[in-house]
Design a protein around this ligand. Sequence first.
Ligand code: 6PG
Length: 476
Amino acid sequence: TKANIGVVGMAVMGSNLARNLAHHGYRVAVFNRTYAKTQTLIAEHGDEGEFIASEHIEDFVASIAEPRAIICMVKAGGPTDATIEELLPLLSPGDVIMDGGNAFFRDTIRREKYVSGKGFHFVGAGISGGEVGALTGPSIMPGGTPESYRILGPMLETISAHYEGEPCCAWMGPDGAGHFVKMIHNGIEYSDMQVIGEAYELLKAVGLSNQECAQTFASWNEGELSSYLVEIAAEVLRQKDPRTGKDFIDIVADRAQMKGTGTWTVQTALELGVATTGIGEAVFARAESSLDELRAAGRTALKGPDRTVSVNDRDAFIENIRKALWCSKVVSYSQGFDEIRAGGAEFGWDIDVAEAAKIWRAGCIIRAELLEQIRQEYSTDPKLVSFMAAPSIAPKMAEYQDAWRSVVAAAVTAGVPAPVFSATLAYYDAARAPRVNAALTQGLRDLFGSHTYERIDDHGHFHLEWSGDRSETRID
Ligand code: 6PG
């Protein structure tokens, strides 16, 4: 009998997904360019379920029942296109190719157009949860035709993580919608990690040891900050270096790397005109951390305070950091969800924002208690302008803001960089200010370049004759 589904690419993510499918009773066809990897999977895990291993891609495709569902788990970029090219001549009309890598959504739009033009379905699915998630239940964000979801959806929902019985997998919309939502997930992942790092630096600045910081994160994880990233922050900080016995965190080089999804989130936000400042600062912070020459020069040439925060009541300050973390997290998520909505409108996807929050409640890297609240708010009011201004959130922001301000002020005074803490606070303040400095920007633009301005008391665009009699001209 034929396989229910096929998986191409037997690196960790691919083989773990294949095993996950097999654990749930699916017969899984597996293929890898180098057959040895497939053989390793079968040798090590072949008894976990039903696998059909093929050395040649023709046999692999032929071993899958029609309409075929084939999950492609190869390296993003060129290898994905190459695999599609190899599969296309072997498919039958109505077959589905799913790309489960971290593809850029614009590539997914292109690939979907190309593959559907040949009579097949192409699904771009974001998969989050890392290697363990792929094996035990990831969060899955598929985009493509509704018909392709009828074929793939039930299997994906079965193997996904579940939150109170509900699968963490849902159809996000046509073509690039799934990878777009995954991109935003990763952007939020960046800001979450950066702001956790900022909290850690501030905890150290008031004198906490790594072990005490670990304790603090662990206790925060019991409350409203409960999230996978806070939980594993405690784990990383508790860890000892197996070589030297020192705290692991202190022997890791202080340069954050990235594979690009955060950068895409910010690039796309800039194109959409959405101010995802939390994610933006997180991407820039990783970039600055890796500018070795700048940091070497800065360490000698640039003077400032020595990064110690002195406070009368240390516990009270730690509690302020906890509140600041919650506020910054709310703003970053708010901005990310704004980008999902803007992208949905721009690319014609009509993404259900509450659905995105729903499938992020378990399985994915940014899983957090907050996501259930986000889901509730967006399902109660799908037109919600901004999550941070939601009925259950805004009053708490009001309550926590003094703590947040004191943390940002302390960081600035002590010389501890806290770009996400401060940028998200600035965003909050800009959103609530009756006027920001935009009017002056418009005045300057009109003076130096006749770029026109609008009035508060009239419609249309105007220009002042700055170099003449300073009379006003209506432009339109
Ligand atoms: C996930 C993760 C994952 C990603 C890493 C690396 O949702 O499981 O987002 O897809 O590979 O987080 O991202 P960076 O290398 O850019 O940090």
